[in-house]
Write a protein that binds this ligand. Structure first.
Ligand code: S3P
Length: 439
């Protein structure tokens, strides 16, 4: 699928973005383990979460939807059934890594597979600590998919200090910890998105969080049962980030994005942009388990910054959008300590450097970061043809950057936008972006 995007200005409107991907996956997983009927409203109906739904259906869970509200009839902690075929997680790193933790504790075998991109992504980060808990997982010699999971008698708790800042690894071990003998203790030096912790608490699961300076330890004990809940999934801040960017960089723009999740562990992008001079306001704040707000954004003149490395983990998925903001800021932006970007749906450091090059933006790429020489808010990007490398976030960030090109821009290989933001084009049109898609 190819997107063609024309220059934009005067963006206006009130929009909603689809449900949060991270919270959607977690809600399907925990609802499937609960005893009885949970409902999930606002669930992201993107391909990644649909893949998670299919996986649980293959393990005997009844999941249906009516008018956008999903009903999940959980079978309890011991109620998953052995699937009679491989579990295909499509493009979803979150789903496969979280489910690896859960499946490692089941009394049946499973085979975990995914698409071409997922099949190249690193899995040792979950396989090794799960095996240290007594699980039996075998990946390829390269540490990639497929993963074969064999049943074991029992798992035992471990104390694990996360070697990389990863909410997926943390959540994987938390799920395994629900089935392990003893107290599983996971220490993170950098606090990553805490949706699993919050949802464990909502579900009344045995979890305790012990902060210690900048780091913290999450303690999980074996659970005996899970009671069903009614879950409301807020709009995805990562999806909202593309429209925050659009309104900031297009002249004479002002938009409102309604009901977006603003969990503090997710909004590093907002802090970084404000530091660059962005005019972003949060209104209508609601402090539920997952805080939400409406986001008001207006055209702003941005200035380059040296990005605080402490923010990287909390804006990891917004980095491609941040790089576009940096390209249209005045002066240099320096990003370090971001090598995790190379392990995403594409090598996002390389993919965005290529995108910026095509747009005519000078940049210097290093092993773990990039320096971007911004051209300022009045600058114009080259009209170009950009390869998204099949990565949804590269496609959407480049599409929004195209609004500041002097002529139409083509973005190639955009079909995976459906994994996280299936109605991206409709929402673009709602604020006045001229975008079309064709095969
Ligand atoms: C996610 C965690 C992040 C993020 C991904 C979603 C999650 O991955 O990039 O899109 O829901 O836990 P890592 O934990 O690998 O950084």
């Amino acid at each position: 699928m190819i997107f063609t995007v024309k220059r934009g200005e005067g963006l206006r409107g009130e929009i909603s973005v689809p449900g949060d991907k991270s919270i959607s996956h977690r809600s399907i997983i925990l609802a499937s383990l609960a005893e009885g009927e949970s409902t999930i409203s606002g669930l992201l109906e993107g391909e990644d979460c649909l893949a998670t739904i299919e996986v649980f259906k293959k393990m005997g869970i009844d999941i249906s939807s009516k008018k956008g509200v999903y009903t999940v009839i959980g079978n309890g902690l011991q109620g998953l059934k052995e699937p009679n075929e491989a579990l295909d997680f499509g493009n979803s790193g979150t789903s496969i890594r979280l489910c690896a933790g859960l499946l490692s504790s089941q009394n049946f075998s499973s085979l975990l597979t995914g698409d071409k991109s997922l099949s190249t992504r690193p899995m040792r980060r979950v396989v090794d600590p799960l095996n240290a808990m007594g699980a039996d997982l075998v990946a390829t010699d390269e540490g990639t998919l497929p993963i074969n999971v064999s049943p074991v008698k029992s798992l035992h708790a471990i104390e694990y200090s996360l070697p990389i800042a990863s909410a997926q690894v943390k959540s994987c071990l938390m799920l395994a910890g629900l089935f392990a003998e003893g107290e599983t203790k996971i220490t993170e030096k950098t606090i990553t998105r805490d949706h699993t912790e919050r949802m464990f608490m909502e579900y009344g699961l045995p979890i305790e969080i012990k902060p210690s300076g900048q780091s913290r330890t999450i303690c999980v004990n074996k659970a005996s049962r899970i009671y069903p809940q009614d879950i409301k999934v807020p709009g995805d801040f990562s999806s909202a980030s593309f429209f925050i960017l659009a309104a900031l960089i297009c002249p004479d723009s002002s938009i409102k994005i309604k009901n977006v999740g603003i969990n503090e562990t997710r909004i590093g992008f907002l802090h970084a942009l404000r530091h660059m001079g962005a005019n972003i306001e949060l209104i209508n704040l609601k402090n539920t388990s997952e805080a939400t707000a409406d986001i008001l954004v207006k055209t702003s003149s941005l200035k380059g910054i040296s990005l605080n490395t402490a923010l990287v983990a909390n804006m990891i998925d917004e980095m491609p959008a941040f790089f576009v903001a940096a390209a249209l800021a005045e002066g240099k932006t320096i990003v370090k300590d971001a090598k995790e970007l190379r392990t995403k749906e594409s090598d996002r450091l390389q993919a965005m450097a290529d995108s910026l090059n095509a747009f005519g933006i000078k940049n210097e790429l290093s092993k773990d970061g990039i320096v971007i020489h911004g051209i300022g808010s009045k600058g114009t990007l080259n009209s170009a043809e950009i390869d998204s490398y099949g990565d949804h976030r590269i496609a959407m960030a480049s599409a929004i950057g195209s609004l500041r090109s002097d002529d139409a821009v083509k973005i190639l290989d955009c079909v995976n936008v459906n994994t996280s933001f299936p109605n991206f084009i409709d929402v673009c049109r709602q604020v006045g972006i001229d975008i079309s898609n064709h095969e």
